[in-house]
Design a protein around this ligand. Structure first.
Ligand code: ADP
Ligand code: MG
Length: 708
């Protein structure tokens, strides 16, 4: 929320302090010297108004604090007590441990901070401590605080009925000092805060006005009260990000001049008439959205997301054909050679009645075939090229590349995508369609990929056999492999997946290499089994995959290299060992390798797991919905793990969490879109406050809304 305001900030304090305003540099505040000002700046607090936006991340009150007598060994608790004794004790290993005993109305508890003897200087008898951590047994109950707040001295009555706000702190600033600083200035600052948003918007969103929200978060009457305040601030944050994203998208689109293709309904109509199935409603919608992008004078930049098996490839074919019937070329890029070959085969099959033969370009092509492929791409023939990153090597020249489709887009680096994007004729850039099988809620997708339009396939093609998914304990191991064997005898194929390639001293996980040998010697003896993992040379991996695809190999013992693997309709069993080691979305992707043919398919999660992991696995057992699973995965692991947030340029949120606050995010997205429809440049007078808010908080707003 703070603007770089260097000159103001560095000015030394001279003469009487000016009247406090929201823009008063923090150095003018009592008790804030240069060192603390620097620490405050690390928290994003530079002027007094920023203090208001420094919101507690946690609240405690009588209802959340555990009476000390009830803090049982093994429980994770927050306790509140007054220090009655302190001391520093050395351990046998020479570590010095600061210890304190706290007391509340119900009893006493020992606290310990190993390696932090210096706490002796800040925690003294009579202080009230709020501590969170797990209670362990160590000559009696003992808690090593994971987090603690020193509330200072006082008698019990001063804490009664109070909600304790815990502020994010930083090195050199204690939570207590921060709380005091905020508390001291709150009454002076709050009346200066003006509501930046029009009242109608607040009413629609059902959030409270800003001054009210700030009072509630800093001085809540109850934890529920604080939540109401936080909701407003989080909503506002999400709203601002959506406004900026939508506007950035608009600006980028205006700048992306592309080829306005015409919907001639030649090849696309033929494909529709000759498809052996009807498109699902979701596919039709996605095709419509893409056609509209392609036919606009703006270059398309769209993400098509849909669960495994939702039928993304056909949608991509429609897009390609539209470009081709306009005399342009289309290129479809897959992350592996096998996937590329599979796409080429699918395209060949579906497009044969139209007289269209795709050009396959991978690293495996011999010199002669490669030359032939390159010749076709370089002629002004409207071809569909299918391939791997081999498509954008330097010697590949497209005569008229109009569309690039990138499958499993997260598998490619940004540079790779850019390289193919630059393959258009005369530097003109082709339209881009990205595809992903890790679908996420639309508002979240828009929060993450601000510069993309998003189409979603949220419907499965009919007639797909549901996959039977079960979790089996170690005790059932023999029976599981007997079952696998019976499927093999019935002519089916199977995958057995492990989290690691080889045994290691650090873990006692079952590994693919050892288990391959054990399975071949034991339960799967006499069947054709192969070992597949990422450390094998690419050629060898390919040969194995091909042999499996062609039915020569019956069982693949593998690591997750098969995650984005090939489509083998005859494979009906997927056994996953140590399922607790995989993310939910990953398990779902793995499961998607079976259930691709007419036969009933099975996914067996095998192994003894703890209660928490067991509950997590039940999500996979109980749901076949990639959206639901991705959402649960996000909740459990956070966004970073799923998307590599650091490189995806995620906006940093101070208060909101677009995953946890999904409903709020959705409401903010809708509000932002509606507002921009009415007032695209936020130029109306009632939006002046909003413009101000955006420009202070977000550098990019200046250029996007040309405010100034
Ligand atoms: P994914 O979204 O995982 O890439 P694919 O495009 O590979 O899915 O499609 C999975 C399978 O479903 C393919 O065999 C495809 O031909 C088939 N398919 C696609 N759309 C439909 C539909 N509307 N009806 C029936 N089958 C379909
Ligand atoms: Mg696919």
């Amino acid at each position: 929320m703070s603007q770089e305001d260097g000159g103001e900030r560095r000015r030394r304090r001279t003469g009487p302090p000016p009247r406090l305003t929201l823009d008063t540099p923090v150095t003018y505040l009592k008790g804030v010297g240069p060192a603390r000002a620097e620490s405050l700046a690390r928290l994003g607090i530079r002027v007094a108004g920023d203090l208001l936006r420094h919101v507690p991340h946690r609240y405690e009150d009588a209802s959340t604090v555990t009476p000390i007598a009830h803090a049982a060994v093994g429980a994770d608790v927050t306790v509140l007590g007054q220090v009655i004794a302190t001391g520093v004790l050395p351990t046998r290993k020479g570590l010095r441990v600061f210890q304190a005993v706290i007391k509340d109305a119900s009893g006493l508890l020992e606290l310990a901070w190993p390696g932090q003897p210096f706490l002796e200087r800040t925690i003294t008898k009579g202080d009230w401590l709020l501590c969170t951590g797990e209670v362990r047994f160590h000559h009696g109950r003992r808690l090593q605080p994971r987090e603690f707040v020193n509330l200072g001295p006082g008698d019990e009555s001063t804490l009664e009925g109070r909600v304790l706000a815990v502020y994010p702190a930083t090195e050199g600033l204690s939570v207590r000092w921060l709380r005091t600083l905020v508390e001291q200035h709150l009454d002076a600052l709050l009346p200066l805060v003006k509501e930046p948003l029009p009242p109608a918007l607040l009413a629609d969103a059902q959030v409270v006005p800003l001054p009210d929200a700030l009072r509630r978060v800093h001085r809540p009457a109850s934890v529920a009260d604080a939540r109401i305040g936080r909701t407003r601030l989080a909503w506002e944050e999400l709203f601002c990000v959506h406004l900026l994203h939508r506007r950035a998208n608009e600006v980028a689109r205006e700048a992306r001049t592309g080829t306005p293709f015409e919907n001639r309904r030649l090849l696309t109509r033929q494909l529709r008439d000759m498809l052996p199935f009807d498109l699902t409603g979701a596919q039709k919608r996605a095709v419509r959205e893409i056609v509209s992008d392609l036919c606009s004078p703006r270059r398309m930049h769209r993400l098509l997301q849909g669960d495994v098996g939702s039928g993304k490839t056909v949608v991509a074919l429609f897009a390609s054909l539209l470009v081709m019937e306009n005399g342009w070329q289309a290129a479809m890029m897959a992350p592996t050679e096998l996937l590329a070959e599979q796409h080429a085969r699918t395209a060949e099959r579906l497009l044969a009645p139209l007289g269209v033969t795709p050009v396959l370009l991978t690293g495996r092509l011999g010199a002669k075939d490669r030359r032939a492929a390159l010749t076709r791409l370089a002629s002004v023939e409207p071809v569909l090229a299918v391939g791997t990153h081999a498509l954008f090597q330097a010697d590949v020249a497209f005569a008229r590349l109009g569309l690039v489709v990138i499958d499993e887009q997260h598998r490619f680096g940004v540079e790779q995508r850019a390289a193919l994007g630059a393959k258009g004729a005369d530097g003109a850039q082709p339209d881009v369609l990205l595809m992903t099988a890790t679908p996420i809620p639309r508002s979240l997708a828009l929060t993450l990929y601000g510069d993309l339009d998003v189409s979603t396939l949220d419907e499965r093609p009919p007639g797909r056999q549901p996959i039977t998914t079960v979790h089996r304990r170690e005790a059932a191991r023999a029976r599981v492999f007997e079952f696998v064997r019976s499927e093999l005898e019935a002519g089916r194929q199977a995958y057995v997946v492990y989290p690691v390639i080889e045994a290691s001293e650090k873990t006692d996980l079952k590994d693919a290499t050892t288990m391959y040998e054990a399975l071949v010697a034991g339960p799967l003896a006499g069947t054709r089994v192969a070992l597949l993992h990422g450390r094998l040379p690419v050629d060898e991996r390919d040969t194995i995959m091909r042999a499996f695809r062609d039915g020569e190999i019956q069982v693949l013992v593998a690591t997750t290299v098969i995650e984005v693997g090939i489509d083998v309709p005859n494979a009906t069993v997927m056994v996953i060992e140590h399922p607790e080691r995989f993310g939910l979305s990953q398990l779902h992707q793995l499961r998607g390798r079976v259930g691709r043919g007419p036969g009933q398919s099975y996914c067996i999660l095998l192994g003894d797991v703890g209660t928490e992991a067991g509950a997590r696995l039940q999500i996979i057992v109980g749901s076949d919905d990639g959206f639901e699973i991705a959402r649960a995965d996000l909740r459990l692991r956070g966004m970073g793990d799923l998307f590599g947030a650091r490189q995806s340029g995620l906006p940093a949120f101070r208060i909101a969490d677009p995953v946890q606050d999904e409903d709020l995010n959705e409401s903010a997205r809708v509000a932002a879109e509606q507002l921009l429809e009415r007032d695209p440049m936020l130029s109306r007078s009632e939006h002046a406050g909003l413009r101000q808010l955006l420009t202070v908080g977000y550098q990019r707003a200046l250029e996007l809304f040309r405010v100034g």
